[in-house]
Ligand binder design. Structure first.
Ligand code: ATP
Length: 361
C-alpha cells in the first residue's frame, strides 16, 4: 500500500548538487526555452520537474509544464497529455489545473506514439509565446520502441535542453546523436529515489481516476450530434438494410450496428446460435457490444483539444445514443465536437478493467 495514494512526486529540498548546475544553465539561457526530462521508471523526473518549476517561479520566470507521462500522470485527467501554467509555488503537480489537454486514450504509450508526439508538440507550440520556460515531463519507457518514441519526441519538439536522469548510461544511446546540437545534462538518479511496484502504480492511478470522475453525471449524446472518432465502428457508411439481413441470415447474428469503409465491414452483433463461423476478419470485423462498456472516451473540442474524459457506460444502438459519465459541465458539453474512443476501460471507482488493442474496436 502506498502511503500517500494520490501522488509519488513532491517538492523536496533533498536535491542532489548536479541539479543546481542544470538550474543555473536554464536560468542563464536565452528565453523562451524548452526542456525535456528523460529517465526510466521512478528515476525522479516528476520530482525534478516540480523542483525546477518552483525554483524558476521564484526567480520570476513564467513557467509551463507539459505533462506527457501518461503512465503516471500528475496533472489530471489521466490518459491525456496536459499543459499547465503554475503561477505560484506548489508542492505537487497534481494540484495544478490543466490549461489544455490532448487525448491519448491509454495509460500505455506503446500503440499511441502518434498521439504522444502530436499532443506534446501541439501543447509545446501552444505554450511557446505564453511562457519563458517549458518543462516537458515524459514516461519512463526508454527501452525497445520506447527509445524510438523518445527520439521522435526530441526530433519533433526540438528542445534547447535535455535533462537525462540515469543510473547507468541507459539514455546515452538515445541522446548521443543530439549531443552536438542540444545541451544535454546527464544527472544521476537520486540514490534514495523510491521504486513503486506495478500494483502500487495501479493503485495510484486508481485514486486519480476516482478523483477525476467524482461528481460526474450521465449525459446521453446522439450519434448524429457529434463526430464519433477513434473507432472503426463509425467509419465510412452505415450498412444497408439488405446487407444487414444477408449477414444476419448467413452468420445467425443479431446485428446491432454495421458500417462499411473502403470495402471492409465492421459489425457489432450478438450470436443467435452457437456455431463455428469461418470469417476473414480483415474483410468482416465483428465485435460484441460489451467491448465498449466502461471505455474511456475523450471529449474533444473544435481545436482538437480534450475538454475532458468520459466513461462510455453503454452504446444504445437502437436509439443511436452514447451514454457517457463525465464530470464536465453542461456548458462544456455544448463545446464537444467529437467523442473519441480510447483503449482503456475504467469504472467510476477508479478500477482499471483492462487495456484494449488499438485495432480491436
Ligand atoms: N531528489 C529527490 N529527493 C527525494 N525523493 C526523491 C527525489 N527524486 C525522486 N525521489 C522519490 O523517488 C520516487 C520516484 O520519483 P518520481 O515520481 O519523481 O519519478 P518519475 O521518474 O517521475 O516516475 P515515473 O516513472 O512514474 O514517471 C518518488 O517517491 C520521489 O519522491
Amino acid at each position: 500500500m502506498v502511503d500517500n495514494m494520490i501522488s509519488k512526486a513532491y517538492y523536496t529540498t533533498e536535491i542532489p548538487e548536479d541539479r543546481f548546475e542544470a538550474l543555473s544553465c536554464i536560468k542563464d539561457s536565452q528565453k523562451p526555452l524548452k526542456i525535456i526530462l528523460l529517465g526510466g521508471v521512478d528515476s525522479g523526473k516528476t520530482t525534478l520537474a516540480t523542483f525546477l518549476a518552483n525554483e524558476l517561479l521564484n526567480l520570476g520566470f513564467k513557467v509551463a509544464i507539459v505533462d506527457s507521462d501518461v503512465g503516471q500522470k500528475s496533472i489530471l485527467p489521466p490518459a491525456t497529455i496536459s499543459l499547465a501554467f503554475p503561477e505560484t509555488n506548489f508542492n505537487n503537480l497534481y494540484e495544478i489545473k490543466p490549461y489544455k489537454s490532448y487525448f491519448v486514450g491509454s495509460t500505455a504509450p506503446i500503440q499511441f506514439f502518434g498521439e504522444m508526439i502530436t499532443g506534446t508538440k501541439l501543447l509545446c507550440d501552444y505554450a511557446e509565446d505564453k511562457a519563458d520556460i517549458i518543462i516537458v515531463d515524459t514516461t519512463g519507457l526508454i527501452s525497445g520502441s520506447g527509445a524510438d518514441l523518445k527520439r521522435m519526441k526530441i526530433e519533433m519538439i526540438k528542445p534547447d535542453i535535455i535533462i537525462a536522469l540515469e543510473k547507468r548510461n541507459e539514455l546515452k544511446s538515445i541522446l548521443k546523436p543530439f549531443e552536438n546540437k542540444i545541451r544535454v545534462f546527464y544527472l544521476k538518479v537520486y540514490e534514495n529515489a523510491k521504486s513503486f511496484s506495478r500494483e502500487e502504480r495501479k493503485e495510484i492511478r486508481a485514486e486519480k481516476w476516482k478523483e477525476y470522475f467524482k461528481n460526474s453525471k450521465i449525459y446521453n449524446i446522439g450519434f448524429n450530434d457529434v463526430v464519433i472518432g477513434g473507432t472503426k465502428v463509425f467509419q465510412g457508411e452505415k450498412i444497408l438494410e439488405d446487407e444487414k439481413y444477408l449477414l444476419e441470415s448467413l452468420f445467425k447474428w443479431k446485428i446491432l450496428y454495421g458500417s462499411k469503409c473502403d470495402g471492409r465491414y465492421t459489425i457489432v452483433k450478438r450470436d443467435l446460435v452457437n456455431m463455428p463461423r469461418q470469417i476473414d476478419k480483415n474483410i468482416l470485423y465483428y465485435i460484441e457490444p460489451e467491448r465498449f462498456n466502461n471505455l474511456i472516451v475523450g471529449l474533444i473540442d473544435e481545436d482538437s483539444f480534450c475538454i475532458g474524459l468520459g466513461i462510455l457506460k453503454t452504446i444504445d444502438f437502437e436509439n443511436e445514443t452514447l451514454e457517457i459519465l463525465t464530470p464536465i459541465s453542461e456548458e462544456d458539453i455544448k463545446n464537444i465536437r467529437e467523442i473519441r474512443f480510447g483503449r482503456i476501460r475504467v469504472d467510476e471507482n477508479g478500477e482499471e478493467l483492462g487495456l484494449l488493442d488499438r485495432d480491436s474496436i
